[in-house]
Write a protein that binds this ligand. Structure first.
Ligand code: EPU
Length: 336
């Protein structure tokens, strides 16, 4: 265990914050041993993966458990599919590339999403028409209370839009040690998302493979989303709000170009990025933080600033969206 650990490298916003205690966890048994010794008692505990969905607004007074449980194992295979078990500490994008290299389809649309495998089901990561729940089979969870392990099926996880039971009842109660996905050996591609179609057309690809779809997604993401290695950010800062159809119709009267996607009976999901952009925030900068110039849903940190500045900017954006559209935005990023 380390004390007074600088977390600069461990959060993609790139804030210089300290944790009172830090330990890297590389196996279930080492975590269980740690729990048995009583190390988790009487302290705040935070599991850290890739640090790509977290905003530290101050030093962390507690214990960071850095999930570094590695390994990718094929545990079942038939003519059509494979089940692979992936350690929670593995990098998500490297896992996608590994699957594509083996010809296994299902997660190619989720290329280049920053973060770790263990964090992926917690917020049910998604992009370009696909969510992790679509290929999810199960996960192994270690309870902090007694070190016991429990297998969670898809139903147990209660997945929703950027949501699962691990963000609610089980928040802070344990660690995702591994995730098992069922991938297809005869992949059917999902190219329904407009930008994927046009990018493949631009690439003059008529019969795309999973690798082509992955390349298209990588190209789209690189053109819109800032690379955390270059400028601090945590992807979409807010969730896309889901509003009742009648409210959407009222707003559409005022804003003819308001996009909206059906999201269950009587419900419409609208892009928060559009709302924020419409009010004129895109490219806005205040001190060390700002709104990304190509995607208004992403708040960026140019360096030398603090998490409090990001939080304050997010509050201002939230207020202005409410004043203009009477819509309450919810944050996607975990704010500490
Ligand atoms: N839009 C604007 N201005 C903006 C941003 C978006 O007008 O500044 C409009 C676009 O023109 C488009 C619509 O909003 O009509 C949707 O934009 P985009 O395709 O960029 O997707 P998004 O809804 O803003 C979501 C996810 C992203 C994911 C993309 C692609 C959420 C909160 N975000 O963004 O996920 O990559 O769809 O599927 O659901 C993340 O979670 O961190 C993330 C990046």
């Amino acid at each position: 265990m380390e004390t007074n650990k600088n977390l600069y490298q461990y959060n993609t916003f790139g804030f210089n914050v300290m944790a009172t205690e830090y330990v890297s966890i590389s196996s279930i048994s080492s975590l269980q041993e740690f729990i048995k010794q009583g190390e988790l008692a009487n302290t705040s505990v935070l599991v850290l993966g890739g640090g790509s969905n977290i905003l530290f607004t101050s030093d962390f007074k507690g214990l960071i458990l850095h999930n570094q449980i590695l390994g990718i194992t094929k545990i079942r295979e038939d003519d059509n599919e494979v089940d692979i078990r992936i350690g929670g500490g593995e990098n998500w994008h490297e896992t996608v590339i590994n699957a594509i290299g083996n010809g296994w389809g299902g997660i190619e649309n989720l290329s280049l999403i920053p973060g770790s495998v263990g964090a992926a089901p917690i917020q049910n990561i998604g992009a370009y028409g696909v969510e992790i729940e679509d290929t999810f089979k199960s996960l192994e969870f270690v309870h902090f209370s007694d070190g016991s392990t429990q297998e969670f099926t898809k139903e147990d996880c209660q997945f929703g839009y950027r949501d699962s039971v691990f963000k609610r009842d089980l928040k802070g109660k344990g660690m995702v040690a591994s995730v098992t996905l069922t991938l297809s050996k005869k992949p059917s591609l999902n190219t329904s998302y407009g930008a994927i179609k046009t990018t493949l057309e631009d690439m003059s690809i008529e019969n795309p493979t999973i690798s082509d779809v992955s390349n298209a997604v990588i190209q789209i993401r690189r053109s819109k989303l800032p690379d955390p290695a270059e400028v601090g950010n945590a992807g979409s800062f807010f969730k896309n709000p889901v509003i009742p159809e009648h409210k959407y119709a009222e707003l559409k009267e005022l804003h003819r170009d308001l996009p909206g996607y059906s999201n269950g009976p009587g419900k419409i999901k609208i892009p928060a990025g559009w709302l924020i952009d419409k009010i004129g925030w895109k490219g806005y900068r205040k001190g060390s933080v700002g709104v990304h110039k190509d995607q208004a849903l992403v708040i960026v940190h140019y360096g030398g600033g603090s998490g409090k500045e990001v939080r304050d900017l997010a509050l201002e954006i939230k207020k202005s969206v409410y004043e203009n559209f009477s819509i309450e935005l919810e944050t996607e990023v975990n704010i500490l």
